[in-house]
Design a binder for this molecule. Sequence first.
Ligand code: KG4
Ligand code: ZN
Length: 361
Amino acid sequence: MIILGIETSCDETAVAVLDCKNNNIKILSNIVSSQIEIHQKYGGVVPEVAAREHILNILPVVNEALEKAEISPANHSLLKKNKKNKIDAIAVTAGPGLITSLIIGVETAKTLAYAWQIPIIGINHIEGHICANFINQEIKKSRNQEKIEFPALILTVSGGHTLLILMKEHENYKIIGETRDDAVGEAFDKAAKLLNIGYPGGPAIAAEAARVKSQKSKVESICLPRPMLNDKSFDFSFSGLKTALLYAIQKDKNWKEKIPEYCEEFQQAVIDVLITKTIKAAQKLNCKTIMLSGGVSANKELRSQFDVAIKTKLINTKLVAPEFEYCTDNAAMIATAGYFYAKRKDFTPWQKIKADCNKEF
Ligand code: KG4
Ligand code: ZN
């Protein structure tokens, strides 16, 4: 089954083509046109600018993804004899996200589905991030790596969401914890803005923090809180951490000379909270797999500390994370989610597919 995926929920125009059979998900093409350089000068995504860029980019990106997958856009017909593949269904991010950005992906997907007379599936962006873990699973399994077993506990950490989700099986999700204010990625982005080290904040903070490790120059006096670490619920809170960072640098005349140390402490505070709460929840719910998802799961320090914590505290549980290129927004993850729906023929008539900025998970 060949699935075309489209993702435009924020500032990435992304299109992918997947060849899926018996849960084996093979990437034929995965194109991401990033707008990071455009939004960098504003220190964050400007919705109106993002939407205008999506309009310019969407068809060239669709075209590039089809060409790379050797699919003829013209008909799916036999116009180009050497381009034999044909799309079976389209999966598109319907929400949550920036409404003006979502609309462009959704309307493009509907137009293509209508013109090609093929089914369409509206995907929740969060489910897309989770499904990034299933890309290349068969290859990973054959290498005896990262077999996903249920029940699984998913830690979704992105620019818009921080969720702990219990997944009992495919399409069976239950949120057991979430942030009460800022998402983790949002906290990274705001902290990086305070420190004036660029956008997106996560990779910028991670790069600065890595300098401390190599220089072994940790400053003991920099100490940020670990919000809700010992709270009984599985909820999170990150806005206070960002404010604590603001107060700390306001009090420190020389903070500009200690940016790596501030970044290291900020990142460590986030990691401590995420790992402690996830492990506690996995123990309570007897989860066989812990799955990471979302842009922040690209953080190498988070992954390696998770690995150590699980090996010592949860020896019968596996840690699974998407390959790096599928952590941040992409359309391969949306097409993968779409495959699981298409397998059950769970399609939505194109008339009913609608962009929804607050789409519930
Ligand atoms: O999943 P994503 O691409 O978009 C949303 O759905 O929000 O996540 C973007 C977020 C940004 O806040 C970015 O700063 C963060 O992921 N991020 C990281 C890293 N790479 C991206 N955070 C920490 N460490 C990273 N290496
Ligand atoms: Zn995302």
